[in-house]
Design a protein around this ligand. Structure first.
Ligand SMILES: C[S@@+](CC[C@H](N)C(=O)[O-])C[C@H]1O[C@@H](n2cnc3c(N)ncnc32)[C@H](O)[C@@H]1O
Length: 266
């Protein structure tokens, strides 16, 4: 794009954190935007690509602006677009994956405000790249199952898997596992998933502070909390990642922490 349409809302994927992973279209829209409404997980390095005169507003729900409601975000997008501004709604990763894009598109449709979605690199892709593990290695994972560890409406779905053999021939990518690790672990074990199933928690994928911890499912509930965003991968295909970790196979351990710095030394 060399221009952006006035009076339109762009739902833009900011990717997992590394500004080099933005699409060209996302970077160009940031430079042209009048207003940028962004989530908490969008780092400053990405916001720095916004043009000088733009109004930049955090509408994230994690930290300072906990009180902002989804309806208030809809109102902001609609009112600014109706004033003829170029509005960028900037979301971490891909807007269509756990990004509330469904609700926001519905609100924009109802208000008859034109919009466009610009995809981004989702966290699971960045995590897989960090680990050097294909999410759909056809020898080990014929399916990729994308799950949320967040309790929508206060409860996790039970069971969280469709079938017990899922992680044997699929890769589970669990977003937002923060507060529900014990529940997720218990649910997977109840579904019959082996306690030895490899799990890797990847934090801050694509960022300078990226790290991961490799676990067996049986030890997953002991995973300590982290400040940054974290994604949990579960599946047999991760066995290779455990074997390749600098500490060797994690079979007998509760966890193996691997910092990106160590990976770079390999
Ligand atoms: C509200 S969801 C948004 C997901 C986003 N739309 C995407 O496609 O990646 C937020 C969750 O995404 C995951 N996430 C986002 N960025 C991440 C990163 N750089 N490293 C690891 N996980 C990340 C974490 O599970 C986090 O709790």
């Amino acid at each position: 794009v060399s221009t952006a349409e006035a009076g339109k809302v762009y739902l833009v994927g900011a990717g997992p954190g590394d500004p080099d992973l933005l699409t060209l279209k996302a970077a160009q829209l940031l430079a042209l935007a009048d207003v940028v409404l962004h989530d908490d997980l969008v780092p400053q390095a990405v916001l720095d690509l916004t043009g000088g005169g733009a109004l930049i507003m955090s509408v994230g729900k994690r930290c300072r602006r906990k009180k902002i409601t989804q309806a208030a975000i809809h109102d902001l997008m609609i009112s600014w677009a109706r004033r003829g501004l170029v509005v960028v709604r900037l979301k971490s990763g891909d807007p269509m994956i756990f990004g509330r894009a469904g609700e926001e598109m519905d609100a924009l449709r109802a208000a008859q405000v034109p919009f466009e979605v610009v995809p981004g690199v989702t966290a699971a892709s960045a995590a897989a790249s960090l680990l050097g593990v294909s999410l759909t290695d056809r020898r080990l994972a014929s399916r990729l199952v994308v799950l949320s560890g967040h309790r929508a409406g206060g409860r996790l779905p039970e069971p969280i898997l469709c079938s017990a053999d899922e992680p044997e021939n699929a890769m589970l990518a669990i977003y937002m596992p923060g507060n529900t690790l014990a529940e997720v672990t218990a649910s997977l074990l109840r579904s019959g998933v082996a306690a030895t199933m490899p799990c890797v928690a990847v934090s801050d994928a694509s960022r300078p502070e990226a790290s991961y911890r490799a676990f067996r499912l049986g030890g997953l509930d002991k995973l300590p909390a982290t400040a940054g965003p974290r994604l949990l991968l579960v599946g047999r295909a991760l066995e290779a990642a455990l074997d390749r970790s600098p500490q060797g196979d994690a079979a007998g351990l509760d966890s193996v922490e691997v910092l990106t710095a160590l990976l770079h030394l390999e």
